[in-house]
Design a binder for this molecule. Structure first.
Ligand code: A2P
Length: 296
């Protein structure tokens, strides 16, 4: 069984999950079914990824009992606001083909319309109180977003899912999360965002090619991706590597038979560049926010 992490409301979450950001719909069901076959019990998707239906199909195809799987999805900004977010839950569960969610989070703060972010979060609180979701949280929140959200709402988020890999370790966000009892969940935990085409400068370096990570990987007889995932898990984070390739799906799950030393962990921490690969959550992007999420 996968080691678990306990959220601030007592719900447990498998430490490693399959991410499906940028998994094409036609590949997603197969990837999810394959991940469940090799032992994953946590899937992270989002309304904005456009593949919730295929995640649901992969779960059904796997034959694994729904209750044995931790299913997490995200509300997109165009669905922020109390009533719209209640409806977004119906859309997401309709597409996934399930009645309840294990974790529902806000995909990101909307800095230029934070009142709708608050309204959306209050809807998550209602869904939690009604037993429709087992835990609620946020994604891409910076410490000042967390501060304002917590000031204006009741339930402290269980999770903050943020870009986090050896080139962008977000120590301030991690500290802000920890101080409030919020679990930090790493998106792009093997640094996919440092090499995805179309995201940032094409001359940037991929963490997967980093010499220090390669050195540590060699010493443990593991791969660079496994070392980065192990680094995240040993530091108490939830990690959700994306892959649609069966060999890499299995490789990313095979991280429980070795341990990094304190020195290894420090060497990886020291690789931080302070430069994010993904978008700055504090920069409003109106056109992007307005993307409509289709009905179930
Ligand atoms: P693929 O789906 O073809 O395996 P992240 O989750 O950090 O954003 O990383 C996802 C990216 O890394 C995807 O491009 C994925 O491609 C690739 N990837 C996933 N697992 C591995 C691995 N074990 N080794 C190398 N690349 C990987």
């Amino acid at each position: 069984m996968t080691p678990t992490l306990t959220l601030n409301n007592g719900v447990t979450l498998p430490a490693i999950g399959l991410g499906v950001f940028q998994s094409a719909p036609e590949e997603t069901a197969a990837a999810v079914a394959e991940a469940l076959r090799v032992g994953y019990r946590h899937i992270d998707t989002a309304a904005a990824y456009g593949n919730e239906r295929e995640v649901g199909e992969g779960i059904r195809r796997s034959g694994v009992n729904r209750d044995d799987i931790f299913i997490e999805t995200k509300v997109w900004v165009s669905d922020f606001g109390y009533e719209k977010t209640l409806h977004a839950f119906e859309k997401a569960t309709g597409k996934l083909g399930i009645d309840t969610l294990d974790l529902l989070i806000l995909h990101q703060p909307a800095p230029d319309r934070f009142d709708t972010t608050i309204g959306a979060y209050k809807a998550l609180e209602t869904l939690l109180a009604d037993g429709k979701v087992r835990a609620i949280g946020v994604s891409n929140f910076m410490p000042h977003h967390l501060e304002r959200l917590i000031r204006e709402t009741e339930v402290v988020p269980a999770v903050n899912q943020v870009e986090l890999h050896p080139y962008f370790t977000q120590s301030e966000v991690q500290a802000a999360d920890a101080a409030r009892g919020i679990l930090t969940q790493a998106w792009s935990p093997i640094g996919g965002i440092t090499f995805y085409p179309g995201w940032g400068d094409e001359t940037r370096r991929s963490v997967l090619d980093d010499a220090t990570i390669a050195d540590i990987a060699r010493a443990h007889g593991k791969t660079p991706a496994q070392v980065m995932l192990r680094w995240g898990i040993q530091q108490g984070r939830s990690v959700i590597p994306k892959s649609t390739n069966p060999a890499r799906i299995a490789e990313n799950f095979d991280v429980f038979d070795f341990a990094l030393s304190r020195d290894d962990l420090h060497r990886i921490d020291a690789l931080d560049t302070g430069v994010r690969g993904g978008p700055d959550p504090d920069q409003p992007r109106a056109a992007f926010y307005d993307r409509v999420i289709d009905e179930a």
